[in-house]
Design a protein around this ligand. Structure first.
Ligand code: ATP
Ligand code: MG
Ligand code: MG
Length: 383
């Protein structure tokens, strides 16, 4: 049996909260570094938490002192602090992996060396209209202008439809380091959760993700009407991409399925991921437990990562009023087989992830029928 290990988590948002839920069941103490009343701390009472930010060096040092292994629920952390503590405590995944991945341009340059297919892209150095116009000639329109850093939920992306959009695009992403990506004409977005262990990389089945305004709205597990061959190829691509990084734990791999059925990587997250929330109810072992087992070198039977029942995950995203997410949750109470997860983040803000609901059923068609009224409620709230 393991010896009451302590895991330190940088970040106490909803991902940290669900990590804590998994750790609690294994009698593993999770020490969370974040603000006093963050979602993860609310469900975990002990004196090991640290108040502060995962961007503050001193706070990270303090967390390291009380833990056997340090991990992160977010990639936008101070990796120089992680580099420093890595001599005293295990950091999983490695600070090098997090540092490369947190800059989406560097991430792609790194993955290119491993032959991972991606949309063609160009770095911007000066962020001038002339420079972007030149890139536009090379990549064609539309193109996606992206912030290299601090990007999430599409905040950091701007679709440039033609040369005329250039001033607006540069204004929207001003003061950020930028690169541009060729438009990917995908027929579907896919994602795979990969779990990197001391022995290799495991993967969950391929799921389908639906983004609205660049924010994940729905996840279908397994991906609908995707042949087994593509399911296998997407998992293989995810494992290959994740193998390019040092360290252990869960990685979320987002992909595009193109018209000709080829796959392209969209991006990697060095952490548990929204596209893997369905694993809590849909699989024998959740991505959160798999992450904890991976970083602690505990066994993960591959069979536990298979889907037990078709699942659909619906995000509850903040709408026009501060309590709209509660209306969605209330509606979900009457939906059969709906597991409700509220994150206890306080007041909703438009576009903020406030919770999610997962429905499982004997068939995907049945799950779709069951969740449909709730999708409508969520749509009405956001309208
Ligand atoms: P996340 O919250 O997943 O971290 P992010 O802000 O890092 O999101 P991306 O994942 O790069 O942003 O892009 C968000 C969404 O924008 C994608 O899921 C996809 O729908 C769309 N998108 C991104 N890049 C392209 C592209 N090159 N061509 C077409 N659509 C794209
Ligand atoms: Mg991202
Ligand atoms: Mg993304």
């Amino acid at each position: 049996m393991w010896n009451s290990p302590k895991v330190g988590i940088l970040g106490g948002g909803q991902l940290g909260r669900m990590l804590v839920e998994a750790a609690n069941r294994l009698n593993i103490q999770a020490n969370v570094l974040d603000a006093e009343n963050s979602p993860a701390k609310q469900i975990s009472f002990h004196d090991g938490h640290v108040t502060g930010s995962f961007k503050e060096r001193e706070a990270v040092r303090q967390l390291a002192k009380s833990c056997d292994v340090i991990t992160a629920e977010i990639e936008h952390v101070d990796t120089y602090a992680l580099e420093e503590i890595a001599s005293e405590v295990r950091v999983e995944p490695s600070w090098q992996a997090i540092r490369t991945i947190q800059n989406k341009f560097n991430q792609k340059e790194h993955l290119r060396k491993y032959g991972i297919p991606m949309a063609d892209h160009r770095e911007l150095v000066q962020n001038t209209p002339e420079e972007l116009a030149k890139v536009g000639e090379q990549l064609g329109y539309p193109l996606m202008l992206k912030s290299k850093t601090m990007a999430y939920d599409g905040r950091g992306n701007f679709r440039v439809n033609s040369k005329d959009d250039i001033p607006e695009a540069l204004e929207a992403l001003k003061d950020r380091p930028l690169y541009a990506e060729k438009w990917a004409y995908f027929k579907m977005e896919l994602a795979v959760m990969a779990i990197k262990t001391k022995d290799g990389v495991l993967s969950y089945p391929t799921v389908e993700t639906v983004q609205e305004d660049s924010i994940c709205k729905l996840v279908y597990a397994p991906a609908r009407n995707v042949p087994e061959k593509i399911n296998e190829e997407a998992q293989a691509l995810a494992r290959k991409a994740v193998a390019a990084f040092e360290g252990k734990g869960a990685f979320g791999v987002e992909m595009f399925l193109l018209e000709d059925n080829s796959l392209m990587l969209c991006e990697i997250a060095s952490r548990i991921h929204n596209s893997g929330h369905y694993t809590i109810e849909g699989c024998g072992m959740s991505q959160f437990e798999a992450h904890i087992r991976a970083i602690m070198d505990l066994p993960i039977p591959a069979k536990s990562l298979e889907i037990r029942q078709p699942s659909i995950m619906l995000n509850i995203i903040g709408g026009s009023a501060t309590d709209t997410h509660l209306k969605a949750a209330e509606a979900a109470l009457s939906i059969p087989n709906a597991s409700i997860h509220l994150y206890s983040k306080g007041d909703a803000k438009p576009g903020r992830k406030m919770g999610h609901v997962t429905v499982t059923a004997a068939t995907m068609h049945e799950a779709e029928t069951i969740i449909q009224p709730l999708v409508k409620v969520v749509d009405d709230i956001r309208a």
